[in-house]
Design a protein around this ligand. Structure first.
Ligand SMILES: Cc1ncc(COP(=O)(O)O)c(C=O)c1O
Length: 394
C-alpha cells in the first residue's frame, strides 16, 4: 500500500537530538537517576481554581460538542486580555480557539500557504515549524539569528531572503530555544518588509508573558500591520496549562476566521467545553500561583547562570524571555551532540543539542527551566563535574 507523498513533508529534522531525550526516558524508566532538562513543560501545577472550574463544568454536563472555533465567552476573554497586553483593539470575532498554539500554527499555515510559496522563518526556530510549513507544500526558508548577535535577527540576511515567492515571515518572540525578545527596532524592520513586499507576518507569542529583559512587543501593534499579522498564542506556558490544549490565532478579520472555521470543522471539530471553561477562568481571574511561577523561572535563570557560566569550555546564554537557557559548549572541543551524548552517558543529565533548532545554535545545548530547584542544582553540579573532567583530560 502507498502513503501520500505528503507524509514525507510532515517528517521534520532533528531526530538525532531527540534521540538523547528518548535515551534519557528509557534509562529513567529502568530506574536510573536521570535528570531530563530536555522538554519545555513546567513543574508548576495548573492553578487549583482553574482545575476546579473544569471539574465543576464536567459535573454540570459540559461534556458535549462545543462551537467549532470556541465558546464566544472564551474568544471574548482572549480578545480583552490580548488587547490590553498588546495595546491595540482586538474584537472577539478575530479570535479563533485551537488545540494549543501548535494547532493555531497548523491551521493558520493551511489557510495561507500554497505549494511553491516560501515562508521565511527565523532560525533557531521551534522544531515543528518546518513540518507545519512544508505540510502545505510551501518551502521554509531559514534566516539566521546568529549567536554573535545574541540570537537576534540579522536584518540584512532577512531582507536578502525575500523573493517574489515569499508569502510570509514567521518567528517566535520570545524565541524557543534562544529566548531572544525582538526589539521595537527589529519588529519595525520586519513590518517594513511585510508592507513593502505585501507579506503576512506570523508572530508566535506563546512565551510573551515570560520576559526577563526588555519588553514583549507584537508586530500587531505597529502601523499598517493589523491586516497582515496573525498572532499565535496559548495558555500552555503562561498558565502552566500545556495539557489543556487551549491556544488561538488572532487574525485580521472575520473572513480569515471563516476559513479557519472551515478547516477546524473538518479536523478538530471543537475543543472540550470543560477545557474552555477552565481557560475562561484562567484568563479572567488572578492566580497568585502564576506570579510565583514567573518568579521561580527568573530565579532559576539566575541560579543556573551563576553555576554554569565560566565553567571550563563553557559560557551561559541567559535568555531574555521564555523558559530555556542555552549553554555554549564551543570551547569544550566537542560538538553539542557528542557533548550531550557523553553528558547523559557519564552523568545522567539529558540536555538537547540546540542545533536541532537551527544552524545558528551550533555548539549550544538547551536546558529547560521547568524542573525543580533541587534537580536543577543537582544537574548544574553534574555538568560542572563533567566539564572539569573534560578540561583535565584535554
Ligand atoms: C515557540 C513555540 N510555539 C508553539 C508551541 C506549542 O505550544 P502549545 O502547547 O500551545 O501547542 C511551543 C511549545 O513548546 C513553542 O515553544
Amino acid at each position: 500500500m502507498r502513503y501520500a507523498e505528503r507524509v514525507e513533508r510532515f517528517a521534520g529534522e532533528g531526530a538525532e537530538a531527540w534521540a538523547i531525550h528518548m535515551e534519557g526516558l528509557t534509562r529513567r524508566a529502568r530506574g536510573e537517576d536521570i535528570i531530563l532538562l530536555t522538554v519545555g513543560d513546567t513543574d508548576t501545577n495548573t492553578p487549583t481554581g482553574v482545575i476546579q472550574t473544569a471539574t465543576d463544568a464536567m459535573l454540570s454536563g459540559d461534556t458535549k460538542y462545543t462551537p467549532i472555533i470556541g465558546f464566544t465567552e472564551l474568544r471574548a476573554a482572549v480578545a480583552v486580555r490580548s488587547a490590553a497586553k498588546l495595546g491595540v483593539p482586538i474584537e472577539a470575532e478575530r479570535v479563533v480557539i485551537t488545540a494549543g498554539a501548535q494547532g493555531a500554527l497548523y491551521a493558520t499555515a493551511q489557510c495561507l500557504f500554497d505549494p511553491g510559496d516560501e515562508v521565511v522563518a527565523f532560525e533557531p526556530m521551534y522544531v515543528t515549524y518546518e513540518a507545519v510549513v512544508r505540510s502545505t507544500g510551501a518551502e521554509l526558508v531559514p534566516t539566521p539569528c546568529p549567536a554573535a548577535l545574541n540570537f537576534h535577527p540579522d536584518l540584512k540576511a532577512l531582507a536578502a531572503r525575500i523573493t517574489p515567492k515569499t508569502k510570509a515571515i514567521l518567528f517566535a518572540t520570545p524565541n524557543n530555544p534562544t529566548g531572544a525578545v525582538l526589539t521595537r527596532f527589529e519588529l519595525e524592520a520586519i513590518a517594513e518588509l511585510c508592507r513593502k513586499h505585501d507579506l503576512w507576518c506570523i508572530s508566535d507569542e506563546v512565551y510573551g508573558d515570560i520576559v526577563y529583559q526588555g519588553e514583549h512587543l507584537s508586530p500587531l501593534s505597529l502601523p499598517g500591520m493589523a491586516d497582515r499579522t496573525v498572532v499565535i498564542s496559548s495558555l500552555s506556558k503562561s498558565h502552566a496549562m500545556t495539557g489543556w490544549r487551549i491556544g488561538w490565532s488572532i487574525v485580521p478579520d472575520s473572513d480569515f476566521a471563516d476559513h479557519l472555521f472551515n478547516l477546524l470543522l473538518c479536523s478538530l471539530y471543537g475543543l472540550p467545553g470543560f477545557s474552555q471553561r477552565a481557560a475562561i477562568s484562567a484568563l479572567t481571574q488572578n492566580f497568585p500561583e502564576l506570579a510565583g511561577m514567573m518568579d521561580t523561572y527568573r530565579d532559576r535563570r539566575r541560579r543556573l547562570s551563576e553555576r554554569l557560566d565560566g565553567l571550563p569550555g563553557m559560557a551561559c546564554h541567559a535568555p531574555e524571555g521564555g523558559m530555556f537557557l542555552l549553554l555554549d559548549v564551543r570551547g569544550s572541543g566537542l560538538s553539542a551532540q557528542v557533548f550531550a551524548e557523553r553528558l547523559l552517558a557519564e552523568t545522567g543529565v539529558a540536555l538537547l543539542p540546540a542545533d536541532a533548532f537551527g544552524a545558528s545554535a551550533k555548539g549550544h545545548l538547551r536546558l529547560s527551566l521547568g524542573t525543580t530547584d533541587e534537580r536543577l542544582d543537582e544537574a548544574a553540579a553534574r555538568i560542572k563535574g563533567f566539564a572539569t573532567a573534560l578540561a583535565r583530560a584535554a
